[in-house]
Every structure is written in C-alpha cells, then in structure tokens.
Design a protein around this ligand. Structure first.
Ligand SMILES: [Zn+2]
Length: 172
C-alpha cells in the first residue's frame, strides 16, 4: 500500500482495544498487551490493523527478552519491521517514529549482549509508547463536545459537521 494511503489511514481514532494494549505495554505487561492488540487486529478492518500488528510484534519481542529467548526476540523483531515501516512519525496520535527507534535501540543492545548474556539486558530500555490519549472535538459554533465516526465529526447540539481530514492538526 502506498504511503499516501497510510497517511490517510492515520486520521481518525484508535481502536479502544489497541489503547488497552498500549497501556498494558507501558506497564510492562507484554503478554497481556499482545492479547489486546491481537483482539484489535482481528476487529479492525482498515489498514491501521497493520500498525496494531507491528506494535503487537514488538510486545512479543520484548516478552521474549524478558523470558531470555534470544532467537525468538530477534526473529519476531525482524517480522515487526515490515508492519511498522512507512507509517508517518505520528499516526492516530501514536508516536510511531519514536516507537520504531526505541525498538531498534532495544535490539541493538540485545545483539551487543548476545544470547549468552540476555539475562543482563537492562529493562530500562523498554520505553513506553507515547500517544495522545484522546481526541476531543469541541464544536466551534456552540461549544458542545462533538461525535466522531470514521472521520465524520458532527455536533449533537447544533448539527455543525465537518470531515476531520479537512483539519491538519492533532488534538492532545
Ligand atoms: Zn454545535
């Protein structure tokens, strides 16, 4: 899929299960993170599911490291790259560029240690995923909180509506 398609798919909201998965990831619960992200991957029909798959595989990579499975970690990380590459640095509020770099640093450190010293891996290198928690749309006409579905944003109070792709900004 083209880069333009990916940029377009970066609009809109994250799947709630993906958010749950990323929270678990940030708590260091890599197995549970994998479960939630897999559920998000199954439920999501859009191309964004590929990003969830990439994050999922990094979770599994980190899980392997905590379980001292060197070959498993290297193998799954290798697979994750194809899912994570080409996404913009920020997609649906997720800082994908930073995430890719963090994972790369983890693997470089792991390779430096080698399989025999995997137990000395410093878990401080497992950096959290950063994302903008929630995008809240406030109606510019009446100040009500707006609803968003598939990038169509509408005001339940006054009927004001727009397409989120018309806006080139992120809401924190
Ligand atoms: Zn309104």
């Amino acid at each position: 899929m083209s880069e333009v398609e990916k940029i377009k798919d970066c609009e809109g909201m994250l799947h709630p299960l993906a958010i749950e998965g990323m929270k678990l990831f940030n708590d260091g619960k890599f197995f549970d993170a994998h479960e939630e992200l897999e559920a998000a991957w199954k439920e999501e029909t859009g191309k964004i599911r590929e990003l969830y798959q990439g994050i999922l595989q990094v979770s599994v990579t980190y899980l392997h490291i905590t379980r001292r499975n060197y070959d498993g970690a290297i193998k799954v990380y290798g697979r994750s790259i194809r899912w994570l590459k080409d996404w913009p640095d920020v997609c649906r509020g997720v800082h994908v560029g930073k995430f890719r770099k963090d994972a790369e640093i983890v693997i470089q450190a792991l390779e430096k240690l080698g399989a025999e010293n995997i137990g000395k891996f410093n878990p401080v290198l497992f950096k959290p995923i950063q994302w903008n928690e929630k995008r809240v749309w406030i109606c510019d006409k009446c100040g009500s909180q707006m609803h968003e579905k598939n990038c169509k944003v509408s005001c339940p109070n006054c009927g004001n509506r727009f397409d989120c792709s018309d806006l080139n900004i992120y809401f924190d």
